[in-house]
Ligand binder design. Sequence first.
Ligand SMILES: Cc1cc2nc3c(=O)[nH]c(=O)nc-3n(C[C@H](O)[C@H](O)[C@H](O)COP(=O)(O)OP(=O)(O)OC[C@H]3O[C@@H](n4cnc5c(N)ncnc54)[C@H](O)[C@@H]3O)c2cc1C
Length: 538
Amino acid sequence: MRKWNGWGDEANSFPATQQAQDFLLEKLGQAQPLRDASLEEVIARVPPSRLEPHPGIQTGAEIRVRHARGQSLPDWLAMRSGEIGVFPDGVAEPTTRAEVRELLHYAREHDVIVIPYGGGTSVVGHINPLSGGRPVLTLSLARMNQLLSLDPISQLAVFGAGTPGPEVEKQLRPHGYMLGHFPQSYELSTVGGWVASRSSGQQSMRYGRIEQLFAGGHVETLTGSLELPTLPASAAGPDLREVVMGSEGRFGIIADVALRVRPLPEREEFHVAFCPDWETAVACVRTMAQSDLGLSMLRLSNAEETQTHLILAGHARAVRWLERYLALRGIRQGKCMITLGLTGDDDQIKQARVAALKVLGRFSGVSTGSLLGRRWAANRFRSPYLRESFWQLGYAIDTLETAVDWVKVPATVERIESALRQALQDEGEQVLVFTHLSHLYAQGSSIYTTYAFRCADTYAQTLKRWQKLKALASEALVAQGATISHQHGVGLDHAPYLAAEKGAEGMACLQALSRHFDAREQLNPGKLLPAISKNNLK
Ligand SMILES: Cc1cc2nc3c(=O)[nH]c(=O)nc-3n(C[C@H](O)[C@H](O)[C@H](O)COP(=O)(O)OP(=O)(O)OC[C@H]3O[C@@H](n4cnc5c(N)ncnc54)[C@H](O)[C@@H]3O)c2cc1C
């Protein structure tokens, strides 16, 4: 069963090894876990629903708790403390486009706010109901989770928008196809959520971001239905698919999604290599990204992340052997780990491997083969469970991400990391910070930073610590001219920084679109764009 107050399935875990615990102790100091509220305590706090009865809307307390928050750190703190504050007044789980239309009609009639909900894996406050005068309906797409059609000639598959990652691949596989969209939240995030928040999968180098995979679909809006035809390309004016991508539930409900799929590859390998230092490693992966090597994935961990990963792996003896071997090859302190994905048939894999090794050699890099790569692949969707293990020890962990042109990558990493490291200095608190580049383009790269800190004595003080960290890091991004998000979207937490990227004209244009689709601000108000009418929200 899905956890109500954290990541993933209750049956899964990723325990912190003794070595990992010692590492956290050394870096951050002894910590004291905060007390978790129970589900029963939270259920007892749910107020009566304000919704007019509707046969398709459930108003029970538990389902409202389970749809009240996403997966950001403030969401986590709210769920763990039980101080959730605002709950949706009801949850609907339609099964067809017609039912979605009917629920939107109901919302219009009764002046109800509607929050589209995919997998609820948002890490920026996308799906949280906000306080205000009007009742809130969370519209979950969870039951629209099937492959609706497959056109093998055009390699297009249409899915219900609520289909989660594993179901997408499971339903395509018997037909010999795959999508290849693997965000780390793959276990729970959905096709509609990917489109609405412009997500990016771990192997975007081969399969593309959701922008490249999203071929068209069907959207139900408060003003009518919007059909997005699956044209391979079109010069007929601005592309409306771009309006829907990143709309974060503000313009309508994405009911079904046509995706560009591919035949299953013969096989896949992941290899791990090391470069002697960060500067050389960045030059190495940039050269690879700009050389069309045919890799399916390329990621580079900085020295701190490399060290942390090797410690968290929990195989101290094997790591000692690895380090001895690398030292013999001239790679010591400050080494940076590169993970490469190779996908295709034997010839394609061989060609890409040989080409990548050639570049690696030019930058004094050393390949360690596929053993560590296999380990990475086995854990690729497990690491989010570490948040729970850290939490039980009294540490909070969060991530942030951005993208910039290559020319700005080193300075941006430096600014983000130093902003985070200094953020809690006034309290004498250390912050553990490490970074990787995970989506590499010819023009630039995404930057993904993880940070961990000690929980304070209370939930409120812990939230304040996070707010300081987030604000300083976000300001550093803006100062660098970096995007406020490469893949997580805007939601609530990034909304104050959106104008820095879009400019006044751009913001006015987005507001005009929102007014067109939703003049009375009923669709997920306050997310992406500030609410126009203040009495809608607090
Ligand atoms: C552990 C973890 C790892 C993550 N890793 C990645 C990653 O590698 N790459 C990445 O891109 N993101 C990642 N994310 C962020 C998140 O998973 C993505 O933003 C994802 O696309 C959200 O999908 P969802 O189905 O959960 O959407 P939700 O969280 O339910 O919703 C997100 C937004 O989309 C809107 N929405 C959802 N469905 C619809 C619909 N059918 N119609 C209209 N609007 C809709 C919602 O209203 C909301 O504004 C991660 C999150 C977590 C918790």
